[in-house]
Ligand binder design. Sequence first.
Ligand code: MG
Length: 256
Amino acid sequence: MKIARFSHEGADPAFGIIDGDEIVVLSGDPMFAGYDTTGDRVPLADAHLLAPVIPRSKVIAVGRNYAAHAAEKGNAVPTHPLLFFKPNTSVVGPGDPIVIPEFAGTVEPEAELAIVIGKVVKNLPREHWQKAVFGYTLGNDVSARTLQQGDGQWARAKGMDTFCPLGPVIETELDPAAVTVTSSINGEAAQSGETKDFIFDVPTLLEFISQAFTLLPGDVILTGTPAGVRPIVPGDTVTVAATGIGELTNPVRAAL
Ligand code: MG
């Protein structure tokens, strides 16, 4: 089932289930309120899709979870998951611009499978990993490389406003170990990888992360990016894609 968050004809954002070329409108956020419908349907083409989740407390991102991407940046494969945060103010939705300030230097997009957490979770045993998951979406871990190298930690390089596009929908039924993750810039293929090649699989990530942090409904985990990253500049259009979820496209703009 694919869940969208959308606005239609100027109304407040609503949630719905994708049914062919229509959205079945839900009466509340399905993460908290279940799947009661309002009885309305909206043509998908007329809906403005929004980020399908606004993380209540945090986006946790995993660095260097594909060996080929670690190698292309000259980094060793980590011995345990390498974690960092992106603030929820970095989240934007499908079609929203990625806005690059002049001080950002070289900026690269990173296509990532994103886990949407559905329950309060702490010290989750890996065999119960599925209890934590509401569904999966796509994330773009936009990264300012010059700042990432110069700052010594990654908060500014990866946490700026608009540096975490999410969407287009949440897929609730997906095998996260069997997804192809790709990106393209202006229609030209860039990254490609398979989640079966994760250094740390989703059960391992959920167990490890929940030992350090309480996970809350609506939190998002970005699972790392495959090889093939390349820079973007204002005027470009970047698309990240995942089999079973869809495509997330954002234009790139310079800050005013
Ligand atoms: Mg990343």
